[in-house]
Write a protein that binds this ligand. Sequence first.
Ligand code: G3P
Length: 220
Amino acid sequence: MKPLIALNFKTYKESLGERGLALCEIAAGVSMLSGVRIIVAPQTVDLREAAKVCEDVYAQHVDAIAQGQTTGWITVESLKHAGVKGSLVNHSERRLARDVIGTTVERLRGAGLESMVCAQDATETAELARLKPTFVAIEPPELIGKGISVSTAKPEVVTGAVELARKSAAGVPVLCGAGVSTAADVKKAVQLGANGVLLASAYVMAKDPKKLLEEIAAAV
Ligand code: G3P
């Protein structure tokens, strides 16, 4: 598959509301012109609006819970209704119990939505790949938000995760993230065997996010 780019907006104040929607529009435009798939994961309250300006929108989290008499949860059905295409699951900043990860992936699949399941090391990547999510993503937590890319700081983590995941669940694409900030970081990740990258702070905080995304898209 052609490598893809996933952009997690987290809860940064710089990605909320109008600014977040502008980041979505930029991603949609760069994706269309470059032919590279670019997924955006805006803040929860912005999802419905985001889906109007960008067709590749993920939630940052979803709960494996049924619709009905429950309060304050995010259901798979509500994401689908908002025009969202999938969800991150088990991000390092929103960890879930193993059985909940399985149920969440199942629920998303059942609703025809995609799942991007995050893992903190190569072993966990391989284990979670067995759930057959749409994507798995390896992100060493100690490098998240630090601006030093996993692909250069810990290349062995990427190659190890790719190798183990392919052994345990061939066909599940493996992304990598944490500190990915430049086109060179992305190029290195792809050379190490990753099927794409997941990044947050570099894009959300960029002075010129369009330029950065164009460079990254050109690198993949
Ligand atoms: O989900 C992506 C993320 O955790 C990586 O964050 O800021 O290091 O790109 P960042």
